[in-house]
Write a protein that binds this ligand. Structure first.
Ligand code: LER
Ligand code: MN
Length: 272
């Protein structure tokens, strides 16, 4: 499996990223810590200096593994299920911009928080219809851009529908999405999955990306998740992709970035 370090220009609130600031410098830091790549979190792809990022990645022989889009919802309120058609279109356009940026780097696009929130449980069928039509369009655009989308189950306290791996995996299958897989985040899994290992086995065919944080969202080893067994289960499920350091910047950004890769190296060695 390949490791990736989360980088962002600015950490808002309690966001689970381990580097903030100049993105090119983030790439250099990830390389010096021994990561294989970086995962970028930004609100707007138009604000990224793509040539500078490209040059930094090339200089460090690192790859951009994925681009997280949640900040377009958290910062700018853009949701794929917004009842207002104009705002929903703006959310789709923002994601099309993200896909174009991802195409340049052969990175995956993460759709998580941008699914939005239901204002009431009764809104669910209408929200799923809006999401289906948005995701069908984005899935085709991803195919055209030659990149994959990974759809992330997020715990109920952040997004109040499609919270489990099974929910997302059936949504992907129901809509017949060809370029969209599942991103599993061990922190969200710990809150939402009834059985971590059964969920990995049941969704094995769809898992395309992993966020690794412990039960308290600190780096692996700082909480009570059975990481060695989880990594073995992922490997047994045929997963050999990216595992990313999306965890709290605790006790500091630097220590979290270094602590995560040190813990993960040992875990991956143990997982064989
Ligand atoms: C949100 O909690 C999350 O897990 C992220 O991957 C979305 O940015
Ligand atoms: Mn995540």
């Amino acid at each position: 499996m390949l490791t990736s370090m989360t980088i962002t220009d600015h950490i808002y609130g309690g966001a689970p990223f381990v580097y903030e600031g100049d993105l090119a410098q983030g790439v250099t830091q990830a390389a010096s810590l021994g990561y294989d790549g970086v995962e970028l979190h930004i609100a707007d792809p138009a604000a990224v200096d793509a040539p500078a990022l490209e040059a930094a990645l090339r200089a460090s022989s690192l790859r951009l593994t994925a681009i997280g889009t949640g900040r377009a919802y958290v910062n700018d309120g853009l949701s794929l299920t917004d009842a207002d058609e104009g705002r929903r279109r703006a959310a789709i356009r923002r994601l099309e911009g993200f896909l174009a940026l991802a195409g340049r780097f052969q990175a995956k696009i993460i759709v998580g928080c941008m699914r939005g929130n239901l204002s009431s449980p009764q809104e669910l069928p209408a929200a799923l219809d809006r999401l289906r039509s948005a995701m069908e369009r984005l899935d085709r655009a991803a195919g055209d851009a030659g990149v994959g989308i990974v759809f992330e189950p997020i715990n109920r306290y952040e997004n109040n529908f499609l919270c489990t791996m099974g929910d997302i995996s059936s949504f992907i299958r129901r809509c017949g999405l060809q370029n969209t897989g599942l991103l599993v985040d061990t922190f969200h899994m710990n809150i939402e999955e009834a059985d971590l290992f059964a969920s990995i086995r049941d969704c094995a065919a769809e898992i395309r990306y992993v966020h690794a944080a412990d039960s308290n969202r600190r780096y692996p080893g700082q909480g009570h998740l059975p990481f060695a067994a989880l990594l073995r289960a992922l490997r047994d499920a045929g997963y050999n992709g990216v595992v990313s350091a999306e965890c709290l910047p605790w006790p500091s950004k630097q220590e979290a970035a270094a602590g995560w890769i040190q813990a993960m190296r040992e875990l991956l060695r143990g997982a064989g």
